[in-house]
Design a protein around this ligand. Sequence first.
Ligand SMILES: [Zn+2]
Length: 124
Amino acid sequence: MSNLGLLAPYSCAECHGPLWRIDGDGPIRFRCHGGHAYTAESLVSAQVDGTEALRWDVLRTLEERSALVREISERAKGMGHASEATSWARRARVLEEEAAELRNQLAQRKVARPQRAPLKRSRA
Ligand SMILES: [Zn+2]
């Protein structure tokens, strides 16, 4: 790929492979081995999109973890393990607060939540 130009200190926003700076006049342009091509502006835009998708992934993970921890707490409570239940409930609260803070940040930035593909359910 040396005919493309110099290796750039950036990675492809789609495949995360290395990017080469394409020689030539005009706008700054990049390309990866996989054929993804960017201008400097479109690379910035793609990086922003990637960052927002990661934030939504973090939020989903926090929501799932807090629900799971809350379930563990409820189970411990139901089994009469009050101290354990309280400890798990405290963890769930911290996770819920963390998720709420991130959800508010995303709402303020007016970033649409990406649609999730329906989960494939396998028969056990
Ligand atoms: Zn690529």
